[in-house]
Each structure stands twice: as structure tokens, then as C-alpha cells.
Design a protein around this ligand. Structure first.
Ligand code: SF4
Length: 400
């Protein structure tokens, strides 16, 4: 596997592209590898890849930015970057437990463009387009389907959020929300900011990975006008963080006061390795990006070759706890099939009654609360905690 990205000069199609074009996100977007012929011209393909590029066309779109192409090792059929972007024939096989909509999102859409699964937050889908079509995409049933940007459904989606005071957190997603232009994005953010009960806006994006040129100073200046705004990135492998353009994009975001958190999908042949995972997490923290979730791969159709047993995920987590800073360790979650929501999973460190196991495997006796000592204060009637009155709801800061 490559340890550094390749130069674009190694690709016949892009050898003479001026820097001004290469560094322009719209050029990256327009010049994606999008057909089997373009893919074959860029890389020597295996038989499985060549067949799959043609036969998977109706299942899920092909799209690879020139930026991402420089991360692919042309000589290694097992390259993790390649695996995430170039189809394999495995995608054409479906297991009995797989579904087109494994998280039952369509059943939780009160209006098109909104998924409302949890009480206080919604997903706002603003486009179906992505610069890179990740072969493991859980939303592959709709992503890449057409080039729509949901402009026809956006009004109804915003009306729904306006009319639903329980919604305090909106995750702007898609597709790739940052594939919209600055003006369009700002209209959406301004509309959300105009809703008094929306406290937090988050943007879920893979742009810093697939098309870091998108994180322009102008975009960042616009985003910071809409604080409190968070950005959820999606890095899966340390090599994705190697390009200087990606590192500059991440620095630019954080320097603008935009907190970044990363979601990773645990993928066979990409990051199902404690060494690769730890390296990814360390690189993220160095860029002030907090590892947030490590997802078990969903049960979308044609993804069996990407799935990693839960036990293996727990082993990877166990290789991290105590062996690196807690700040670098994401929550390992399974998104329950059928719309059950995220279920966190942790290795079990309880080793019997009053006995705990540490990261080195040593056992310690631990006297749990209530097993000894003076009686605790009376429990709070609302929640059972042993504390004073709850803070008022919603919380308001008091002037001194
Ligand atoms: S960027 Fe996200 S939505 Fe787009 S293909 Fe990749 S995983 Fe799916």
C-alpha cells in the first residue's frame, strides 16, 4: 500500500492540468472518474474490478475524484483506498439479512428530506450527490440516484423542523452537503438558524477526504457565521489524512472555531487492524479532530465483503483502551437494523462480583457505591441522582 499519495503527473489524463484547476473543487467534482472506461484508463484493473465496474452500474454509481485517485496504489489490488472506491463483483451478491434500507429510514421520514428517528434531532438530506461514491455506502439506495439537490423538498423539510419544537439538533447530510455551492448552503444554514428551538447544527461531510479543495477560506468564513456549528468528518484510514490539502482543510476548519468529530466505518480490508486504527485515531487527534463513532458496517445490500465481526471490533477497542489516550478512542456502535438506533458496545471489564479487569489483564477488587460507608443523601424524585435541584430547562446563563 502507498504510504504517500502519488503525484497527479503520473496520470496521463491529469499530467498537464494547471494547479489552479486541480485546486478548484468544482474542477475536481466535474472531472470525477465516472465511467468504466475512465476507470480502466486510470488504473490497471483486476478481472473482478473490470466486470464489476460494468455490471454494478445500475446498482450504485461510480465516482472517484482525481484527488482520491492519487491515494490509490495502482499495483496493489488490496489497497484500502482502492477497495473503498472501485467496485468488486462481491457487490452483486446479496445475503438474506441485507436490505435496501437497513435502518428503516424511509419509515421515519415525516416529509421527504427529513429522517426523524430520535426524539430531539433530525437528519436533513439536502442532496443525493457525492464527489466520491464509497462502495460501502449505507444510503446507496438513494445516494447518486440522480443529480438532484432536494430543492423541491427543502421547503417542506424546513417547515417540518419549524413546526417540531422537540428538534434541537439538525444534522445536515445527504449525499455530500458540501457539494452544494456556498450560497445555497448559506440559505439552508440561515433558515435553520432562524428557527429558535434549533440549538445545534451539524454538517456530515466526506469533503475533507474526497475533495479537500472544497474547504475554501470563503466557505469557512460563511460557516463561522452560523455558530454553534459542528462538522462530522468521515475518515477511515490514516492515508486519507496524508495529503497536505486535507491537513490544511482540517486546520482551516478548526482555526475558525468549528469543532470537528470523526465517524469511521469498520471495514474489512481497510481498517480492521489495531495498528491501522490506532494510527488513524492519532492522526485525527493531531489535527484536533475528535474520534467520535466507530460504526459496524450496516446491513445494506452487497456489503458482505466489507463486514467485520463484532467480536473483532471489540478486540480493536480493547487494543486501544489503556493503550492510548481516552480522547482518541471512539464509541463503537451498531446501528440496529429496522430503525432500532445506535447501540454502543464496549469490551466487558467486569470480571465477577466486585472484581474489575484493567487494560493489562490484572484483576482489582472495587467496593461499589452503596456497598459500604455512610448513607447517601435522598435520591432526586425526578431522576434518582443524589444532587441538588436540576438546572432550569432550557438552560439559560445567569448574569453576574
Ligand atoms: S460520501 Fe457518504 S453519502 Fe456519499 S457515498 Fe460516501 S458514505 Fe455515501
Amino acid at each position: 500500500m502507498l504510504s504517500q499519495p502519488r503525484s497527479r503527473r503520473e496520470f496521463a489524463a491529469w499530467a498537464d492540468v494547471p494547479d489552479a484547476d486541480w485546486d478548484d473543487w468544482r474542477w475536481q467534482f466535474r472531472n470525477r472518474i465516472a465511467t468504466p472506461e475512465q476507470l480502466e484508463a486510470a488504473f490497471p484493473l483486476t478481472t473482478s474490478e473490470r466486470d464489476a465496474a460494468r455490471r454494478s452500474r445500475d446498482l450504485f454509481r461510480l465516482g472517484i475524484t482525481p484527488h482520491w485517485a492519487t491515494l490509490i496504489d495502482p499495483d496493489d489490488p488490496q489497497c484500502p483506498m482502492r477497495r473503498q472506491a472501485i467496485p468488486l463483483l462481491d457487490e452483486l451478491s446479496t445475503s438474506a439479512f441485507e436490505h435496501t434500507d437497513p435502518l428503516d429510514e424511509d419509515a421515519h421520514r415525516p416529509v421527504p428530506g427529513v429522517v426523524h428517528r430520535y426524539p430531539d434531532r433530525v437528519l436533513l438530506l439536502v442532496t443525493h450527490e457525492c464527489p466520491l461514491y464509497c462502495r460501502y455506502c449505507t444510503r446507496r439506495r438513494i445516494v447518486g440516484d440522480h443529480d438532484g439537490n432536494h430543492s423541491d423538498t427543502l421547503h417542506a423539510a424546513l417547515d417540518y423542523i419549524r413546526a417540531t419544537p422537540a428538534v434541537r439538533d439538525v444534522l445536515v447530510s445527504g449525499g455530500e452537503p458540501l457539494s452544494l455551492g456556498d450560497r445555497r448552503l448559506e440559505e439552508i444554514l440561515a433558515a435553520l438558524r432562524g428557527i429558535p428551538h434549533v440549538e445545534i447544527v451539524r454538517i456530515g461531510t466526506r469533503a475533507p477526504v474526497a475533495m479537500p479543495q472544497r474547504i475554501t477560506p470563503a466557505l469557512v468564513a460563511m460557516l463561522r457565521r452560523h455558530h454553534p456549528l459542528w462538522l462530522n468528518t468521515h475518515f477511515n484510514h490514516p492515508l486519507e489524512l496524508a495529503p497536505p490539502a486535507t491537513r490544511a482543510a482540517m486546520e482551516r476548519l478548526v482555526d475558525a472555531g468549528i469543532p470537528t468529530g470523526n465517524q469511521t466505518v469498520l471495514l474489512a480490508g481497510v481498517n480492521d487492524c489495531p495498528v491501522v486504527m490506532k494510527r488513524l485515531l492519532h492522526e485525527l487527534v493531531k489535527l484536533r479532530c475528535r474520534p467520535y463513532y466507530l460504526y459496524s458496517c450496516d446491513h445494506s445490500q452487497g456489503l458482505s465483503h466489507f463486514r467485520v465481526p463484532i467480536e473483532r471490533g471489540l478486540q480493536i477497542l480493547e487494543s486501544l483502551w489503556g493503550h492510548t489516550s481516552g480522547y482518541a478512542i471512539p464509541q463503537f456502535v451498531v446501528d440496529a437494523p429496522g430503525g432500532g438506533g445506535k447501540i454502543p458496545l464496549l469490551p466487558d471489564y467486569r470480571a465477577g462480583e466486585g472484581l474489575l479487569r484493567n487494560f493489562e489483564g490484572r484483576l482489582f477488587r472495587y467496593a461499589d457505591a452503596g456497598s459500604a460507608g455512610p448513607p447517601a443523601p435522598a435520591p432526586c424524585p425526578q431522576c434518582g441522582g443524589r444532587h441538588g435541584p436540576h438546572a432550569p430547562e432550557p438552560f439559560t446563563a445567569t448574569a453576574r
